[in-house]
Design a protein around this ligand. Structure first.
Ligand code: GLU
Length: 476
């Protein structure tokens, strides 16, 4: 049975995916890809896409990062069905507001006797890890507080000694699950130390709140970074102990820079905000991220619905994906060249001269679009078309001089009747007998100051009245 969302009218199957960012920084391309894949997985199966803000770590979470995350996701078009601003009965969707729900679950585990308070200090824990590493063993909690007597625990808690709450990992068990990307995974519980589910300040630790919330929010499938693969057995243990359903997990490969190191600031721009501010189109970013680690026979620029139609977690690669800005630029070209005039005008609006009438603005954008990848590429053409006549020097001056004054007086006369490039070229041709590049290059230099650029006819149509004539008559 499907359910209908009363606000959107969208019909959902019983299932959900989610994106669960921690607002500790800007939305990185890697996280944006995780969000995209979860969004597409949800849309593919008509499931809900949930956004949950994992802000339990008060020292590292910042409200401005949350604002940025929401803005970036909306810009990419990854609108969530439930989450901040789309609250429903399964919320709140900020983990910082879910403490009471976690408290009930902590109590449940305490009643079941599968957790215990741990009084070990950070220094003691570090010393234990150090000793284990020195002995060639993987560091894990040595179990110091596991065996404390009930009286001893009581005494220490009564004395106000700070305590975390640890989950008692059962001995001698295999924890198995089938990862959507990596297939069957098997972990021995003995390799997992008892882990903290509640910090000493009372806040829920990641393993706990993440797992409990997936169950509480009806999340059935999770795609997340490969760095969480080894957390999964812990989370499955928590869910099992609480009698809650576990989602199916898929762990996606990391994104590496061209040098093979995880993508980071030293590779240049890595946040969605940076790409947006440089003028990248959201559909370019989305189409590029879709191909980053997801194989597909689709080579066209696709909208989100079409991408959802062809998204398949079985096509997610296990090998790390390499970020290549040139590939992003290829998608950007596709995206820009597909903009309709109005969208192109909106995109270039911050650069256009103020007071330009909307019709001229649109015609200008349509004229220069084939020569533009990023807005900065349009900037010189804005100056050329709407600014003062460009001065000529070097090759341009030579080409114009060679064409001669008769050529330009004929061209300027034709331009006086309106800036119709075909008429201007025909007049110059009749006066000089020139054709092809011999005819067009002097006109292009005289009109734009450059030997290359967008088609001249549409450019002349948007130049201020009389400007083409003035520019040509300079050489008559
Ligand atoms: N808040 C976690 C992170 O940003 C979420 C991990 C997950 O998706 O389960 O890494």
């Amino acid at each position: 049975m499907a359910e209908m969302d009363r606000t959107t009218g969208r019909t959902f199957a019983h299932g959900a995916t989610r994106f669960a960012p921690s607002p500790t920084g800007e939305l990185h391309l890697g996280n944006a890809r995780t969000a995209l894949f979860n969004f597409l997985l949800a849309r593919h199966g008509a499931e809900r896409f949930v956004l949950r803000v994992e802000d339990t770590d008060a020292s590292r979470s910042r409200p401005e990062h949350t604002v940025g995350l929401l803005q970036d996701l909306r810009w990419l078009g990854l609108q969530w069905d439930a989450g901040p601003g789309c609250e429903d009965a399964l919320g709140p969707y900020y983990q910082s507001q879910r403490a009471a729900l976690y408290a009930q679950r902590f109590e449940q585990l305490q009643r079941q006797g599968v957790v215990y308070p741990c009084f070990c200090s950070a220094v003691e824990l570090e010393a234990a890890r150090h000793a284990q590493r020195a002995a060639g063993r993987a560091p894990r909690y040595p179990g110091t507080c596991r065996a404390l007597s009930a009286e001893e625990r009581h005494r220490r808690l009564g004395a106000g000694q700070p305590a975390t709450l640890r989950f008692r990992v059962p001995a001698g068990r295999y924890i198995e699950f089938t990862d959507l990307v990596h297939g069957l995974q098997r972990f021995l519980s003995d390799d997992i130390g008892d882990f903290v589910i509640r910090r000493a300040d009372g806040s829920a630790a990641f393993f706990f709140s993440n797992a409990v919330d997936d169950a509480a929010m009806g999340v059935t499938q999770v795609l997340r970074g490969e760095d969480h693969l080894t957390n999964t057995p812990r989370q499955l243990l928590i869910l099992e102990a609480l009698g809650l359903p576990a989602p199916r997990y898929g762990h996606i490969s990391l994104i590496l820079g061209s040098d093979g190191a995880p993508l980071s600031k030293r590779h240049g721009a890595t946040s969605v905000r940076e790409f947006r501010e440089r003028g990248y189109r959201p559909e370019a970013v989305v189409n590029y991220l879709f191909r980053l680690g997801h194989s597909s026979g689709e080579h066209d620029l696709l909208g989100l619905d079409a991408l959802a139609g062809v998204f398949d977690p079985r096509h997610l690669g296990r090998a790390p994906a390499h970020f290549d800005e040139q590939q992003l630029t290829v998608w950007q070209k596709h995206a820009v060249h597909r903009l309709d005039p109005q969208a192109a005008r909106d995109w270039l609006a911050p650069l256009l001269p103020s007071g330009l009438d909307p019709h001229t603005a649109m015609a200008f954008c349509a004229a220069v679009l084939p020569n533009v990848v990023l807005p900065e590429d349009a900037k010189p053409w804005i100056d050329i078309v709407f600014g003062p006549a460009p001065a000529l020097c070097g090759e341009g001056a030579d080409v114009v001089r060679e064409a001669g004054s008769g050529f330009f007086s004929a061209a300027a006369r034709a331009a006086a009747g309106g800036a119709d490039f075909a008429a201007i070229a025909a007049a110059a041709r009749a006066a000089s007998g020139r054709k092809g590049a011999q005819l067009f290059r002097p006109l292009r230099f005289a009109l734009t100051g450059l030997g290359h650029g967008p088609e001249l006819a549409p450019l002349l149509r948007v130049m201020p009245a009389g400007e083409a004539e003035r520019r040509l008559s300079r050489f008559a």
